[in-house]
Design a protein around this ligand. Structure first.
Ligand code: TXA
Ligand code: MG
Length: 331
């Protein structure tokens, strides 16, 4: 099944991947599912096609993209000075939610890496993404398929909400599995450094390659540069996000905002099932990671002005959740 919506963006089901691959080959933009979030893909070797990614998203030109590949062996063509440790990470975590920064080869155009001499690479753990890369026969440059600054899309509907009419097509394969973007690790320098926390934790990585650095905030640099994307506000709903210490602070603030006439939404860790467009409950951190960006968009649709959420423990995927919450809360 495929159809063109009223803005001209085509919506493909997974059995139309071959047509989507043709669009990539001819320099077009195709949004596609990965296990983390939907990506906005273009031929990574075609600078004009990549430029259109920046244009469609309204993305600052100094924020580099991740190059998606479908075979580990392809990395030799696109990178240089590949270390043993980087190879070990690929063997262990690919396909999967880990983007690895390496010194890039001349094959990768400068626009992809925003002029840096390094580039981020990832082999996604999603069959549709892998099929699209294989059928196009090309590396695919893809940031998250949202308007720059908005929450990353975890469903094809979110992609269309932001980019309908600005991209050629989206492959709709339903909701993603993880819901938060990949862990980004810089393996281009002497000391491996995590630039963006994700589903794969620092502990899991250290089990494979030993000591690494974690650069959790822009500004607190070690000897590796932070991901350029970290200086931008990110993942933000239109509503103001407030992170609270505990329940009593949440209730107090909710009362204050409500008596000031504000529409307040809340994300709560409980297995209750109250139905309200202003409340969402989560069972555990994986569930929260999976739904967070969707709930931000739902609350915006409901007209919420403030979103309240209790801080989560910085352990496992909790690190990645707090990183996204802190970015969403910074204005
Ligand atoms: O899960 C994901 O990684 C998704 C899916 C589509 O693969 N992609 C994604 O891409 O989240 P994007 O562009 O939204 O985030 C990529 C991050 C940015 O913070 C960017 O600054 C950083 O990776 N990055 C990319 N190349 C880099 C480089 N050479 N050096 C430092 N940071 C880099
Ligand atoms: Mg993004």
């Amino acid at each position: 099944m495929a159809y063109k919506n009223f803005t001209g963006t085509r919506v493909f089901s997974p059995d139309n991947i071959s047509i989507a691959a043709e669009i990539i080959k001819s320099g077009g933009l195709v949004a596609f599912p990965t296990e983390t979030v939907y990506g906005l893909g273009a031929n990574a070797l075609n600078p004009e096609a990549v430029e259109n990614i920046f244009r469609a998203k309204g993305r600052p030109a100094d924020n580099p993209l991740i190059v998606h590949i479908a075979e580990i062996s392809d990395i030799k063509k696109y990178s240089e000075n590949l270390s043993e440790k980087a190879k070990m990470l690929m063997e262990k975590f690919w396909p999967g939610p880990l983007a690895i920064i390496l010194k890039k080869s001349r094959e990768i155009p400068d626009i992809v890496s925003a002029g840096l001499d390094t580039a981020a690479f990832r082999m996604p753990g999603h069959q549709i993404a892998l099929d699209l890369i294989r059928k196009s026969g090309l590396p695919i440059a893809a940031p998250s398929a949202n308007t720059s600054g908005r929450p990353s899309p975890t469903d094809a509907a979110h992609v269309l909400e932001d980019l309908s009419g600005k991209i050629d097509a989206v492959i709709d394969a339903g909701p993603v599995h993880i819901g938060i973007e990949s862990t980004v690790i810089d393996m281009s320098g002497d000391m491996p450094a995590i630039l963006r926390p994700g589903k794969i934790s620092a502990e899991e990585i250290e089990e494979v390659i030993g000591k690494i650095e974690v650069i959790a905030h822009f500004g607190d640099t070690g000897n590796a540069p932070p991901a350029p994307g970290m200086k931008y506000r990110h993942y933000s709903p239109f509503a103001r996000v407030e992170i609270l210490e505990d329940e009593s602070e949440m209730f107090r603030l909710a009362r204050d905002y409500i008596s000031a006439g504000k529409r307040v939404a809340a994300v709560i860790d409980s297995d209750e099932k109250v139905k309200s467009p202003f409340i969402r409950f989560y069972r555990d951190y994986n569930h929260l990671a999976n739904e967070l960006f969707r709930w931000f968009r739902d609350f915006d649709d409901a007209g919420a002005e403030v979103i309240l959420i209790k801080r989560v423990k910085k352990e496992g995927i909790g690190n990645a959740i707090m990183n996204r919450l802190e970015k969403a809360a910074s204005k």
